[in-house]
Design a protein around this ligand. Structure first.
Ligand code: 3NM
Length: 221
């Protein structure tokens, strides 16, 4: 699937470590797809994440089949082998993950050469030091304090986000401590969307169905 900046509007990031009691990952993803999320990232990371590669593969394949039904891209976080195995639409790489240039080069010679690449960039220094060739979008944050990522960078706020937006032509999705109600303020910076974990895991189906279309509209004015 060809990447477009519009895909960043409402960006679900999710792994089993993020689920709240009684939640099922596939059911949660389907509820967000029904509400209209524009992209899904499977991010299995941390002490309580699934470690077994076969179990991860099975879950990722289910998510690929599900997102395909909704014509929504699936991105795999920081696992090129898994992304290639399920022919994911995209892969997301962090500053401390496998080097982005290596990922871009490996994709080019793979059976899935059109897989797009996203990169986490938290500040201007990281931006200056990043090899952006072959990168389609940036994920920038944390905008506010987050309890979903143990090793998050210092909070950058809307000011830090604005500085990054003004320093690059790549579309940026804002992440970290972001709430549905932040869409207007984040759109005003020039960023292209909201990437969220806990806002999605803590929302009711009614809240998803109310907020996700509003967020999409905010970024597509
Ligand atoms: N990356 P929540 S913050 C996965 O700053 C991730 O790069 C971040 O979760 C970054 O929406 C983060 O619950 C966690 O705050 C986002």
């Amino acid at each position: 699937m060809q990447f477009t900046a519009k895909m960043l509007s409402s960006y679900l990031v999710i792994g089993t470590q993020d689920l709240v009691a009684g939640q099922d990952l596939v059911a949660l993803v389907e509820a967000t797809l029904k509400a209209g999320v524009t992209i899904v990232q499977y991010r299995e990371k941390g002490a309580t994440a699934i470690q077994n590669p076969a179990a991860k593969l099975a879950l990722a394949q289910k998510l690929k089949n599900l997102t395909a039904q909704y014509h929504v891209p699936l991105v795999i976080d920081d696992d090129l082998e898994l992304a290639l195995a399920i022919e994911a639409d995209g892969i997301h790489v962090g500053q401390s993950d496998q080097k982005v240039a290596q990922v871009v080069a490996a994709i080019k010679t793979s059976h899935k050469p059109d897989m797009f690449v996203g990169l986490s960039v938290s500040n201007l220094e990281q931006l200056a030091n990043s090899d952006l060739s072959g990168v389609s979008y940036l994920g920038s944050g944390p905008i506010k304090a987050t309890s979903s990522k143990a090793d998050a960078d210092p909070v950058i706020g809307l000011a830090g986000l604005t500085a990054l937006v003004n320093a690059t032509n790549l579309p940026i999705v804002a992440i970290g401590g972001v709430a549905f109600t932040d869409a207007g303020a984040i759109a005003d910076t020039g960023a292209k969307g909201l990437a969220m974990i806990s806002a999605f895991t803590h929302a009711s189906v009614n809240q998803l169905n109310t907020w996700v279309p509003q967020i999409n509209q905010t970024f597509n004015k």
